[in-house]
Design a protein around this ligand. Structure first.
Ligand code: FMN
Length: 330
């Protein structure tokens, strides 16, 4: 049975990879992921704020030594809270690459198209097999139009592709008005992969204190449906590989993501909850499903439940919407 896939041009034994998470902080944990059978690993992110702080003493354009910025700067984690400095991150990649054989994808996480992105070449020189770019931003500026955000994302990818030889994946938010068009623009800019989707960690409000409180809850399968929809819509229409991140909790979730069109299936919450060996459960579940359905190679099942052969996808989505409303009580 052939479960191998190509993701970002990298050959993987199977689609299940470890997504960006604290497992990346330490070499022994990355080794554990490899030993457990992860086909590749995405390291935790190096943040724009860490790079600009180290290079220019500035965070979000604010000078960290200026008293007037003390309050907004204090909202960011202090330097010592990060697992690694930027240079430490590069050295970490170097030592991981000496110790593991699976592909290692580094992650840069920021929001501007500025000079911090030059660190991508340091990451490449350190030996990373690929780069995952996460431009995470909640755009609150009343003057900032959606087109400007898309343009910035596209120019960052164009610039990274100009300077890097390693493949670049873009981890995206689903909150774009016309996501399919954005995906096509990123394809045109040279992106090698699209990672669907970032989770937004939304603060709650503590009614006892009447103040906002942040919390990090691990995902459940409930988050998968949004990803399945967009995988199914995009499958077969773009050049970049497609990866899913968010809500893959069981082997069936992984199978669904592949049927919708995913090349790679990223796991984070499931590995944090059950430990790295959970990847074997995912893999076995996929192999059993393939056996049961007499499928010899993953390519035969990938995208089977996509909208690749649907002529008018928008009409299909609209029809499904109306049918779903009508299904109530039947
Ligand atoms: C504790 C924790 C740390 C994370 N760190 C990062 C990170 O450094 N960079 C990043 O792009 N995503 C990060 N993520 C997001 C995950 O990579 C992933 O996209 C998200 O958890 C959804 O996948 P899941 O449902 O499998 O957990 C983190 C998630 C968790 C739970």
């Amino acid at each position: 049975m052939d479960t191998s896939v190509s993701y970002l041009g990298l050959r993987l034994a199977h689609p299940f990879i470890a997504g960006a998470s604290p497992f990346g902080y330490r070499l022994d944990n990355v080794k554990r992921l490899e030993d457990a059978g992860c086909a590749a690993v995405v390291l935790h992110s190096l943040f724009e704020e860490q790079i600009t702080d180290a290079d220019e003493g500035r965070i979000a354009h604010m000078d960290t030594s200026e008293a007037e910025f003390a309050e907004p700067i204090a909202a960011f984690p202090p330097t010592e809270d990060y697992a690694l400095t930027p240079d430490g991150y590069a050295e970490h990649i170097h030592s991981i690459k000496r110790s593991v054989h699976i592909p290692v994808i580094a992650s840069l996480n920021g929001r501007t198209a500025e000079s911090w992105l030059r660190f991508a070449t340091v990451i490449e020189q350190a030996g990373a097999d690929g780069l995952e770019l996460n431009m995470y931003e909640v755009v609150t500026d009343l003057e900032m139009p959606g087109l400007a955000i898309e343009h910035r994302l596209k120019s960052v990818v164009t610039e990274l592709k100009r300077v890097l030889k390693i493949p670049v994946a873009v981890k995206l938010s689903p909150f774009f008005t016309a996501f399919a068009n954005l995906a096509r623009q990123l394809d045109a800019a040279g992106a090698d992969g699209l990672v669907l989707f970032n989770r937004f960690y939304q603060p709650d409000i503590d009614v006892t204190t009447g103040t906002a409180k942040t919390r990090l809850e691990l995902s459940t399968s409930a988050e998968l449906a949004l990803r399945l929809r967009w995988l199914a819509i995009l499958y077969g229409r773009l050049r970049p590989s497609l990866a899913v991140t968010g809500g893959v909790a069981t082997a069936n979730d992984g199978i669904k993501a592949i049927l919708a069109g995913a090349d790679a299936v990223q796991l984070v919450s499931a590995l944090l909850l059950h430990g790295p060996t959970y990847v074997a459960v995912m893999r076995r579940g996929l192999e059993r499903w393939m056996e049961w359905n007499k499928i010899a190679a993953l390519n035969e099942m990938r995208g089977r439940a996509s909208l690749a052969t649907t002529e008018d996808r928008s009409a299909f989505e609209r029809a499904n919407y109306i049918r779903t409303l009508h299904s109530w009580g039947k």
